[in-house]
Design a protein around this ligand. Structure first.
Ligand SMILES: Nc1ncnc2c1ncn2[C@@H]1O[C@H](COP(=O)(O)OP(=O)(O)OP(=O)(O)O)[C@@H](O)[C@H]1O
Ligand SMILES: [Mg+2]
Length: 262
């Protein structure tokens, strides 16, 4: 469904653009329908840069992004909106993504900017359904402002806003890193439920290989802008090839290895 070919991003910074930062180097990857692919790597390894390029929020320096056979690397205008309806992002810090003076209802209705032509009833039904999916009570949250909600609730609202669009591919960039451990598991499970009920695909970004192990069908390990290892979570976890993966694995609390059920 999604095919990324030799994607690179070079940032130039400093006086006269003297310094070059190769944030993503020649990355190729695929995501199939209904598949959950985790992208794991330490801070600065290029995960967000890669995601932003796939989401077409950042121009790649070179390479291409193919979606359903369409080259979307250079899409513009109306066609780009078509792509944004199908491929949607959920980010690390939902607080920054929400207008502080908008109530939750208005924040969620912003999703319809990408989805014109729905009647008021259809909109309302979608909002309610999305909130229920993330385990929130519409009557309780719709009238609230972002600051009146807990971090976990805000994160759920951000995910609900994404669900409203019923995307085919969700790119979730560290969607649970701001949450405490107990809420985190619930939110991670949401992505699995979504895949199971709606057959959406997910790119799940995390620096926590343990989380990747429990949530994904396939794991990609990113190190210094390069994908250094790829495989099913059990193989990557039990027989890591790259030294960096081995190091990551050592940090995983035993708890994760015992998790089962999702
Ligand atoms: N707009 C930018 N201008 C210049 N350099 C950038 C820019 N965005 C990212 N970088 C650099 O690119 C590299 C990769 O950053 P990126 O944010 O993609 O990493 P990450 O894997 O998402 O890290 P984290 O886990 O901390 O979110 C870093 O060295 C970063 O400093
Ligand atoms: Mg990042």
């Amino acid at each position: 469904m999604l095919e990324v070919k030799n994607l690179s991003k070079v940032f130039t910074v400093g006086l006269f653009s003297r310094h070059r930062i190769e944030a993503v180097k020649n990355v190729s990857m695929r995501v199939g329908r209904g598949e959950i692919v985790s992208l794991v790597g330490e801070s600065g390894s290029g995960k967000t840069t890669l995601c932003r390029m796939i989401l077409r929020l950042l121009e790649p320096t070179s390479g291409s992004i193919i979606y359903d056979g369409v080259d979307v690397t250079k899409l513009k205008g109306k066609k780009l909106r078509w792509y944004w309806r199908k491929v949607h992002g959920v980010f690390q810090d939902p607080y920054a993504a929400f207008h502080p003076f908008y109530r939750v209802e208005r924040i969620l209705y912003q999703a319809f900017n990408l989805l014109p032509g729905l009647s008021e009833e259809e909109k309302k039904a979608r909002v309610h359904e999305a909130l229920k999916m993330v385990g929130l009570n519409p009557a309780e949250v719709l009238g609230k402002y972002p600051h009146e909600l807990s971090g976990g609730m805000r994160q759920r609202i951000a995910i609900a806003r994404c669900f409203i669009l019923d995307p085919e591919l969700i790119i979730a960039d560290e969607p649970v890193s701001m949450l405490d451990a107990s809420t985190r598991i619930g939110v991670v499970k949401l992505f699995k439920d979504l895949r199971d009920s709606m057959d959406s695909s997910v790119i799940f970004v995390t620096h926590d290989i343990g989380l990747a192990y429990v949530v994904s069908d396939r794991v990609l390990i990113m190190y210094k802008g390069v994908i250094v290892e790829e495989g099913d979570p059990v193989t990557v976890m039990e027989n890591p090839i790259h030294p960096y993966t081995r190091r990551l694995r050592e940090d995983v609390p035993l708890l994760y290895r015992k998790w089962e059920g999702f």
